[in-house]
Design a protein around this ligand. Structure first.
Ligand code: ZN
Length: 172
């Protein structure tokens, strides 16, 4: 396992639409291991493969919030099957947009389907943090970021901040 560098805003890779995974190969298993290690190291509750620069539809999550009882999830080709009318507001952050948090409104409950690393198809209902997290991560697979749900003013402000930081990093 290894920790991989994170793709950070405004990197245009974050806007790619990731490709479905057709077969669970040893490379895919390796990628899942690396994603989990990178996510725990950050630390974060969710990570999409594109956030380490690999445009395939895989997500890792752990919303257990406890180092003693880790509950790692690996979701291959996840999709939302149903979303509640009721909404919920939650303060979201993103490992690709470090140290920026903002309230986002999303459906309160969802049903989603994915394949696990054993190739089994699983359907699951979620509420609370898991519901927020799975929607946030599936958005990544479609090139959507949580800042897309904010007002244009707020989004422009955060984009400007990260563009400036990237220029400083590049020394220009
Ligand atoms: Zn994110």
């Amino acid at each position: 396992m290894s920790i991989r560098p994170l793709v950070i805003l405004p990197d245009s890779k974050l806007r790619l639409v990731s490709k479905p995974i057709k077969e669970i190969t040893s490379e895919i298993r390796q990628l899942a291991d690396d994603m989990l290690e990178t996510m725990y190291d950050a630390p974060g509750v969710g990570l999409a493969a594109i956030q380490i620069g690999v445009p395939v539809r895989m997500v890792t999550m752990d919303v257990s919030k406890s180092e003693d009882e880790r509950q790692p999830m690996v979701l291959i080709n996840p999709e939302i099957l149903w979303a509640s009318e009721e909404k919920r507001v939650y303060e979201e952050g993103c490992l690709s947009i470090p140290e920026y948090y903002e309230e986002v409104e999303r459906p309160d409950r969802v049903r989603f389907r994915y394949m696990n690393l054993q190739g089994e198809t699983i359907e699951q209902d979620a509420d609370g943090l898991l519901a927020t997290c799975v929607q946030h991560e599936i958005d990544h697979l479609n090139g959507v970021l949580f800042i897309d749900y904010l007002s244009k003013l707020k989004r422009d402000r955060v984009m400007t901040k990260f563009k400036k930081a990237a220029r400083r990093e590049a020394g220009v």
